[in-house]
Design a protein around this ligand. Structure first.
Ligand code: C5P
Length: 404
């Protein structure tokens, strides 16, 4: 794609010197054929006038919630309902903080909160503001809500300091936006597919206050759920206890134990085209049900007996109407050997394996795919990027379905 003909973009400006670059961005977007509706915060209007952006976009510029030009007075809803994308450039530290916390105290923040379309933001701020712990915390929240950050770049800043925080140049942002649309058009490869995903750890109680769990954060499973949704699938996730919010568009059943996960997954699994078992399911649970806290018995530790949990993935793979199954394996050593054995013993077409010690709790991962033809290492990257590659790999293989 080298142009944006027919794309409908809402461009938001929050306050910052970089607003001058947004004028060129509007020109570029319009030049590539996009329809651009500009929305500005009050502070943005101190840096560049709405008149300039109206002239460049060819459309009225919106700055407040109560704009009488919108028939139903619902500018905060209407402006994005027939748009493909919102991009906020520049996104100030203050705007990002409001976005992270769901504040909706002006038109732009309300539009972002009420959106049902993707949001890209191009941060622009002084380097100290960018590095501030509060800003970094907000970035994590924003990204986990599915917002894509473009930049910032590093270099000389308007304040005279040098560092990370400059807004990306308009030409670079145009390339980012074109690539974003390209990626989305090739990414709808699971359109019409129903995908069931397990994610996170399970927690197996020992007694009412103690239990056994593992170090899975759920980040990979949630990233795969988001990637599957963005690829056009209808996605149902069944998640063990995590600190994560399920991605927009993904329905989630929360469970605690392996048995609960089994009970949630197995009865519905045949209704799905694809089952992706990302969860780190506990292999064992305590045999005896302690209803009361086990007391310290004069320093004598208790002896616990374990029983095996049911294998959810193997059970689903053996169903008469089994979905196309993908397993995960986190190993600490002999990755290929264990992964191949696991794929064969569970009788599944694809297994995704990684070295557990390298990736648990991290935002980055490196995985190797194992299928009947061999093994392929995917490039290391952010869990969100790797999740997209895994979804592409699944789509590739589903075109030539496994012989199971
Ligand atoms: O057998 P192992 O636990 O190593 O296999 C890992 C894969 O099997 C993962 O995909 C995991 O989600 C799945 N699994 C499961 N139910 C279990 C154990 C593992 O679905 N009880």
């Amino acid at each position: 794609m080298t142009n944006l003909t027919g794309k409908r973009i809402v461009l938001g400006l929050s306050g910052g010197v970089a607003c001058y670059k947004s004028a060129e961005l509007v020109r570029g977007l319009v030049g590539l054929g996009a329809r651009v509706n500009v929305v500005m915060t009050e502070s943005a209007t101190r840096f560049i006038t709405p008149v300039t952006l109206q002239a460049l976009s060819g459309h009225p510029v919106y700055t407040d919630m109560w704009d009488a030009r919108v028939d139903n007075n619902m500018a905060h809803i209407d402006l994005t309902r027939d748009a493909d994308l919102i991009i906020v450039a520049p996104a100030s530290a203050n705007f990002m903080a409001r976005l992270a916390h769901g504040l909706a105290d002006d038109l732009l923040s309300t539009l972002c909160l009420a959106r049902n379309i993707p949001l890209l933001i191009a941060p622009a701020m002084n380097r100290e503001m960018w590095e501030a712990h509060a800003t970094q915390r907000n970035i994590q929240l924003i990204e986990s809500d599915g917002v894509t950050l473009l930049g910032p770049d590093s270099g000389e800043q308007a304040c005279g300091e040098v560092g990370l925080g400059r807004m990306r140049e308009p030409q670079a942002l145009l390339t980012d936006i074109i690539q974003y649309f390209e990626k989305r058009s090739t990414h709808k490869r699971l359109l019409g597919k129903r995908v069931l995903i397990t994610a996170g750890p399970t927690y197996e109680p020992i007694d009412p206050v103690r239990g056994i769990t593992n170090r899975s954060s759920g980040k990979t499973g949630y990233a795969i759920a988001r990637a599957a949704f963005e690829a056009g699938a209808t996605v149902q996730m069944v998640s063990g206890p995590t600190n994560l919010v399920s991605p927009i568009g993904v329905s989630c059943i929360n469970v605690t134990t392996a048995q609960e996960m089994y009970d949630a997954v197995v009865p519905i699994a045949s209704q799905y085209d694809i089952f992706i078992a990302v969860a780190a399911v506990a292999d064992w649970r305590v045999a005896k049900n302690f209803n009361e806290k086990i007391k310290k018995n004069k320093g004598q530790p208790p002896t616990l007996t374990f029983v095996a949990n049911p294998d959810i993935l193997a059970t689903v793979a053996a169903l008469p109407q089994a979905p196309w199954c993908v397993g995960f394996a986190a190993e600490t050593h002999l990755l290929s050997q264990h992964a191949n054995q696991k794929r064969q013993s569970k009788n599944i077409p694809l297994l995704v394996a990684n070295l557990a010690q390298d990736v648990m709790h991290s935002d980055h991962t490196q995985v190797t795919l194992f299928d009947e033809a061999g093994e392929y290492a995917l490039p290391a990257g952010l869990k969100s990027d790797v999740a997209n590659q895994i979804i592409q790999a699944i789509a590739d293989r589903m075109i030539q379905p496994h012989s199971n």
